[in-house]
Ligand binder design. Structure first.
Ligand code: ADP
Ligand code: GLC
Length: 488
């Protein structure tokens, strides 16, 4: 079976969030199941230096609207996974990130930039492809590839298409005249098609035209069929619910492994946690926190956005410090939140460390060095950090939503007695609810034996990609077996 995995970011080549972690690991895990999975990704600056053996494999001279484009074939740096890079410097060779310039503003031509990525994904999935490798499945991810399932149909079909939703909050909505600009058929710009309240929605388009839809946890698949988490698309998603499923993400257990993590000052494993104490000491030292092995140290690594519930943490932070806690926060995002976080650190020298920015090594050292990870997200399609933290012996406190609910076992007397508890799950998006969960955590933290059991239970859980990859393989097979009638 051949799968083209179209994505706008993939670790370690380009990353803004969890989509990159997934794109960097799932294709390789699919290949391990015997599927010929290949990536399609824009060639951003640096991408070409990151891959191995880049060579031209296709030149498309005059694509309507986009002009000439080269397709390069290469291999991912840390695996043999083939990757096709869209070499279109006018669109992708820019200072800044994949979506925004260095000042944090969206590129004004993102519709064209990701229109091109979608167009190419669709083209390569048709029988007319000049590549000599036609996938059976076109696997699209988030709005950046949302037009591909539609284009694939308009081009006359070919591969079956899967649309994976990693986050419904980002929909890729552009003014109506984008339809003409991109040369999309105007007759499909309607409610039963690509239109969303008078605009063109890349994500809605993908959800409407894809043969199947999935999201990154079973709970989120359920939640998005209703208000408020459907974010305006609940009607369409509920109507297509028979074609919608949830597959929880895995994590890269080689890259996130406390027993062999080059970013850590000391290694450790479930049967010997001494190295974790050393990681805590080093982190407190590096970040100018009071050196105190017993102070409960909390950590956050996150995009600073409303989604992540950072404001809830800010609301209880003074209380947390008064209770003897310490807090480390690494993240970047909304200016208001960045300022608030800075302000908090300034109020509590030696107790709160705030690092605004993006730092992969520090993210690992935080996962290892803190006692408890905070993830009170208002919604979370899957979330990866709560899994990283369990693997690092750092029980997380999470809001009962989406993938958080699906991957953390709340510590109750029953789950503790059964040795299943791995963290703390709370209901209700309020500071009081978060505070109550922290109280529960502190009570258990004071009981060294019980705490250790909680840690090691999390560390021994299996979050590897293997199981998720098997579920994707089954989904692909179902799509191929279903016949054209199943297109919905
Ligand atoms: P999302 O994709 O919504 O941001 P996830 O939990 O799925 O949330 O994935 C976030 C990923 O990005 C994790 O790998 C996390 O470690 C990483 N990350 C987020 N912010 C930072 C940061 N400031 N520095 C380093 N890594 C970060
Ligand atoms: C999105 C979601 C996050 C998920 C990630 C990878 O960024 O916000 O919950 O883990 O995609 O699927």
């Amino acid at each position: 079976m051949r799968v083209l995995f179209a994505t706008s970011e993939a670790r370690p080549l380009a990353k803004t969030g969890g989509l990159a972690d997934v794109s960097g690991a799932l294709p390789a895990a699919l290949r391990d199941t015997g599927i010929d999975c290949r990536l399609l990704l824009p060639a951003y600056p640096g991408t070409l230096d990151g891959v191995r053996g880049a060579r031209e494999c296709l030149r498309l001279e005059a694509i309507p609207l986009f002009g000439g484009v080269r397709l390069l074939q290469a291999e991912m740096p840390d695996a043999d996974t083939p990757v096709y890079l869209v070499d279109a410097p006018d669109f992708y060779a820019r200072a800044g990130g994949p979506y925004q310039d260095i000042d944090g503003y969206d590129y004004p031509d993102n519709a064209l930039r990701f229109g091109l990525l979608s167009w190419l994904a669709a083209h390569l999935a048709t029988d007319a492809t000049a590549l000599g490798w036609r996938p059976d499945i076109l696997h699209c991810n988030d709005w950046q590839t949302g037009l591909a399932p539609a284009w694939l149909r308009f081009m006359g079909g070919g591969a079956r298409s899967l649309m994976t939703v990693h986050n419904l909050a980002y929909q890729g909505i552009f003014p109506a005249d984008t339809v003409v600009q991109l040369g999309l058929p105007a007759e499909h710009f309607q409610m039963e098609g690509m239109e969303y309240y008078g605009n063109l929605s890349f994500l809605k388009t993908g959800l409407f035209y894809a043969d199947r839809i999935n999201t990154v946890s079973p709970s989120y698949a359920e939640e998005i069929q209703h208000e408020p988490l459907g974010m305006g698309l609940q009607g369409l998603l509920a109507a297509r619910r028979d074609l919608l499923s949830g597959i929880v993400n895995g994590i890269d257990t080689a890259f996130w492994n406390p027993a062999g993590d080059p970013h850590l000052p000391a290694a450790y494993a479930a049967d010997d946690l001494a190295g974790k104490q050393a990681c805590k000491r080093a982190l407190q030292g590096d970040l100018n926190l009071v050196a105190d092995a017993h102070a409960p140290l909390f950590g956050i690594v996150s995009r600073l956005t409303y989604q992540k519930g950072i404001d809830l943490v800010l609301a209880i932070a003074d209380w947390l410090i008064a209770r003897g806690g310490q807090l480390v926060l690494l993240g970047s995002g909304e200016a208001v939140l960045e300022q608030a976080v800075h302000g908090l650190a300034a109020r509590h020298p030696g107790k709160v460390a705030a690092i605004i920015g993006y730092d992969e090594g520090l993210a690992h050292r935080i996962e290892a060095g803190v006692d408890c990870f905070l993830m009170p997200s208002r919604f979370e399609p899957c979330g990866l950090n709560q899994m990283y933290s369990q693997r690092y012996g750092t029980p997380p406190i999470v809001h009962a939503t989406g993938g958080l609910k699906d991957t953390v076992v709340d510590a109750t007397p029953q789950t503790l007695a059964r040795g299943e508890a791995s963290g703390f799950v709370f209901d209700g998006e309020t500071p009081a609810a978060l505070q109550a969960a922290v109280e529960r955590m502190l009570a258990l933290f004071a009981d060294a034996k019980a705490w250790r059991r909680l840690q090691t239970t999390g560390m021994r859980r299996d979050f590897s990609w293997e199981g998720s990859a098997r579920q994707y393989a089954e989904l692909y097979r179902a799509m191929l077996g279903a016949g054209p009638g199943a297109r919905g």
